[in-house]
Design a protein around this ligand. Structure first.
Ligand SMILES: [Zn+2]
Length: 399
């Protein structure tokens, strides 16, 4: 009772104390001035008097927008206090850790970055209750995440009604280790096309048909899809024929039509062989173009000499010249196509520097081959598309 009386008797004072809890009061003088029965607050920076008749809203607007005397940093700090905290937010350390692991995997963060001396203070500044996990724990978490994701795919594959098509390829790393990748393509019950890499393993040499078959079967067994295999797309190498024959032999009764359509020859690879073969016709010409370009890019002064000739011929100058990568015909195609545009420049450059340019015959062969290859390039791009069913596209393109 006595408390009630004291509160009601001193109402204006109590409003004042309550209101003073607002962060905005830091920017006003402690003492208010009374004008016409209302209190006014004095801005610490510009000394303006502001009415507190409707609470602190006009004070907040003054500090956040209008005061000309407040420093930029002070203003920003105040604006930051205006942002409301997210309602009902409960910090969940486990949830947070899982999101962190997703980030680590996706952004490929090395595990030892968790021992960086600046990492923990940063996390602590945001959430003091989150304990920063060491690199070993992060590593274990990543492996667990991998196991869970693998299990998800396994469950999906097991529950499939459809068959699974595989594509596979082998290559040699720079450490001379042979690797095999297996990609599964399938359609889920809700008709979504999926493409998942289900194996990426070292396969010991020699890469005989038998070795490849063994690796493939172990992969199929691991995922429990031996009875769901439909086709296997591999490149046209002869060991792959053996692989497919062996697979058909051992899986005759699991494969559709006893494996009559198991072997699919990779269209991109066939196109590649066709083109490499065709390019042999202009091998000499390409070699001359490549040597000439190498000569130009080998020094800035030569590059400058090239550009000077380009300017005289009304062609755009170049900052650099891309040479081709052996075995990638489209890079050779790009290099030659670009060289043809600069034919006159290259010819005069070669004359000035005592280099050998392609002869007229070679230039004209290169020109016709490039026109021809354009179609192949378009076809390769179309069939190399990622998550699209491309098999229906290749026949018209090849024809
Ligand atoms: Zn002010």
């Amino acid at each position: 009772m006595s408390l009630n009386t004291s509160e009601s008797s001193d109402d204006s004072n109590s409003t004042q104390t309550r209101a003073k809890r607002s962060k905005v009061w830091e920017h006003f003088e402690q003492n208010l001035v009374e004008v016409d029965n209302y209190f006014r607050a004095i801005c610490k920076y510009c000394r303006m008097q502001l009415s507190t008749k409707s609470g602190t809203s006009s004070l907040r607007t003054h500090i956040s927008q209008y005061c000309h005397a407040i420093g930029e940093a002070e203003r920003n700090r105040f604006i930051a206090t205006l942002k409301k905290p997210i309602e009902n937010f409960v910090f969940d350390p486990q949830f947070s850790r899982e999101r962190m692991i997703e980030f680590v995997i996706h952004a490929e963060i090395p595990f030892n970055k968790f021992e960086d001396p600046y990492f923990e203070p940063w996390v602590q500044s945001m959430q003091p209750t989150l304990s920063v996990v060491g690199r070993q724990t992060v590593r274990n978490d990543c492996l667990k995440k991998y196991q869970r994701m693998k299990q998800d795919i396994q469950n999906e594959l097991e529950s499939l009604d459809s068959h699974v098509c595989l594509t596979s390829d082998l290559w040699t790393s720079i450490q001379n280790l042979g690797y095999m990748v297996v990609t599964a393509h399938y359609i889920t019950p809700d008709f979504k096309i999926k493409k998942k890499i289900i194996s990426f393993k070292e396969v010991k040499y020699p890469h005989s048909g038998f070795a490849i078959e063994e690796a493939l079967v172990s992969c199929l067994t691991e995922w429990g899809i031996r009875n769901k295999l439909f086709t296997l797309t591999v490149d046209n190498a002869s060991n792959n024929n053996t692989t497919c024959d062996l697979l058909v032999d051992t899986h005759k009764y699991e494969l559709m039509l006893e494996g009559a359509h198991l072997h699919v020859r990779c269209c991109a690879h066939i196109l590649n062989i066709l083109v490499q073969d065709g390019m042999k016709i202009i091998h000499e010409g390409i070699k001359k173009i490549r040597e000439l370009l190498k000569h130009i890019v080998s020094s800035p002064s030569r590059m400058q000499a090239f550009n000077e000739i380009a300017v005289v011929n009304g062609l755009p100058t170049k900052r650099g010249i891309a040479l081709d990568i052996p075995n990638r015909w489209n890079s050779t195609f790009k290099m030659v196509a670009e060289a043809i545009k600069y034919k006159t420049v290259l010819n005069s450059y070669a004359n000035q520097h005592a280099e050998i340019p392609p002869n007229e015959q070679e230039w004209s062969t290169a020109d016709s081959i490039c026109k021809f290859l354009k179609t192949f390039e378009e076809a390769t791009k179309a069939i190399s598309a990622h998550r699209k069913p491309t098999s229906y596209m290749f026949l018209p393109l090849i024809v």
